[in-house]
Design a protein around this ligand. Structure first.
Ligand SMILES: Cc1cc2nc3c(=O)[nH]c(=O)nc-3n(C[C@H](O)[C@H](O)[C@H](O)COP(=O)(O)OP(=O)(O)OC[C@H]3O[C@@H](n4cnc5c(N)ncnc54)[C@H](O)[C@@H]3O)c2cc1C
Length: 437
């Protein structure tokens, strides 16, 4: 049953932004008795939520090891131990199952709705907010937030928000859920960062993060669409900038990658993109090496290839492809090495066979740049976490300002962690804001 809302002159809680963090906090604040208005500049809620997990919505991550979970938020993850003990992964799964969203766990502990449909998640969140009595104002672009600081400094309270059309909306509490800067076409254009700076908060500059990598090799387009499930990926830089022969490994991971028209994507690449971006900023030459046989040593690989060629002496090498390597990639490797796929296995010299094996263990590509905000899953940066009280997700400078979701300066991995941050911060801020009335 939808509660009838009587419009007050001063709302208990105004939430700015109708993404996952805003919807969660609005619903919870209303559940705990607050009169809540949610302002969203788009004509619909949750545009970015609908893009999540390729439209399937990776809701959270069910890694049972809390330390491991928290480490996915980088060094600042420690701030989240206590909040996650209040509303963590299990709470999220229970919360959504109670709303009728059955969930399933996929490799890497990624949790998805059984329906594989982000629209279902947005649907239940919106319905719950309405049932709890949240009033929505869509097409409401907030232009400013106004503070009522007694001495004009960076402290005190927020008094109102001003919409683009000049309308002023007053409230006892404000929850800022305007997101970061990735995929700006969804509405996340970093407006909250600008306001926070204006009222004296420290805001760490943003960069695209969890973003596909563009490669220098133009031929990579020929491999577009190929997905590899369990390959090794490592990042390399020159030991000395003056010597192009010696490289040192900076980072290594194992997992899924995807070839795109301009380079590489997929969870493993996204999770390494920050490191690559930082190295490129330092003007380093960065190589990304793919190991098609992680966990198999060079010696064993050599034995495998010797056996393969010895058992099939009269077969063309283009037809002797290890099952782990897609044909298109294998033929590209032969082409790069100047070898003809029409050659027979018994024509291959030892040095050539060794070179093939080495390429399969270390297929080196050259990073050119990170793609932009329009392709990033999240942006880095946001409000300085030292200025946030994590018991309530409240500003330490403004007693009635709550900060949730992507607006917070956490690094995060791909795998459901960003949305869990929305659920955790939204739940806690929603409840605290209702108590703060
Ligand atoms: C392609 C893609 C796939 C992703 N997949 C996943 C995934 O599977 N799992 C996962 O955990 N995370 C995923 N993410 C990240 C996740 O979507 C974000 O972490 C999450 O949406 C952040 O929620 P939020 O509520 O903080 O902000 P947002 O979702 O960005 O919502 C902010 C809202 O505020 C509104 N707004 C902004 N400025 C104003 C203003 N001035 N006035 C009024 N309203 C305003 C915007 O219109 C927007 O609706 C993905 C992101 C992308 C781009």
């Amino acid at each position: 049953m939808i509660k009838k809302v009587v419009k007050p002159n001063i709302w208990d809680v105004v939430v700015i932004g109708g993404g996952p963090a805003g919807l969660m906090s609005a619903s919870i604040a209303a559940k705990y008795g607050a009169k809540v208005l949610l302002l969203e500049k788009n004509d619909v809620m949750g545009k970015k939520l609908l893009l999540t997990g390729g439209g399937r919505c990776n809701l959270t991550n069910a890694d049972p090891d809390v330390r491991n979970f928290v480490s996915k938020f980088g060094k600042k993850g420690d701030f989240l131990f206590s909040p996650l003990s209040i509303f963590g992964t299990d709470d999220t799964i229970r919360f959504f199952e109670k709303l009728g969203i059955k969930t399933k766990v996929e490799p890497g502990f990624r949790v998805f709705p059984e329906s594989d449909n982000a629209l279902d998640v947005l649907g239940v969140l919106t319905k719950l907010a309405k049932e709890n009595g949240v009033e929505f104002k869509l097409g409401a672009l907030v232009a400013h937030i106004k503070k009522s600081s007694p001495r004009g400094g960076a402290s005190g309270k927020i008094s109102s928000v001003i919409l683009e059309n000049g309308e002023e909306i007053k409230a006892k509490n404000f929850i800022l859920a305007t997101g970061g800067k990735s995929h700006p076409e969804t509405g996340s254009t970093g407006d909250g960062f600008k306001w926070l700076k204006e009222i004296g908060h420290k805001v760490v500059d943003s960069n695209p993060s969890l973003v596909p990598i563009k490669l220098r090799e133009a031929w990579i387009a020929e491999l577009a669409g190929i997905t590899l499930e369990n390959v090794g990926v490592s990042i390399w830089v020159l030991k000395k900038e003056t010597d192009k022969s010696e490289w040192k490994k900076v980072l290594g991971k194992k997992g899924r990658i995807l070839f795109t028209h301009v380079g590489l994507s997929g969870p493993t690449i996204l999770n390494m993109s920050k490191t690559v971006g930082d190295l490129l900023k330092e003007k380093k030459e960065v190589k990304i090496a793919i190991d098609f046989f992680p966990g198999v040593g060079l010696d064993i690989m050599h034995e495998r290839m010797i056996k393969l060629y010895e058992q099939n002496p009269k077969k063309k090498i283009k037809n002797l492809i290890p099952v782990e390597v897609p044909e298109k990639i294998y033929l590209k490797i032969l082409e790069i090495m100047g070898m003809d796929g029409e050659w027979f296995a018994n024509e291959i010299k030892r040095a050539e066979r060794i070179a093939i094996v080495e390429m399969l263990k270390m297929f080196k590509l050259t990073a050119d740049s990170l793609l932009g905000y329009d392709k990033a899953i999240v942006s880095s940066g946001g409000v300085d976490l030292n200025e946030v009280d994590f018991k309530e997700f409240k500003s330490k400078l403004y007693d009635n300002l709550f900060l949730v979701g992507d607006i917070l300066d956490f690094d995060r991995s791909s795998g459901g962690y960003s949305l869990q941050l929305c659920w955790t911060s939204g739940y806690i801020a929603g409840k605290s804001s209702a108590k703060n009335c």
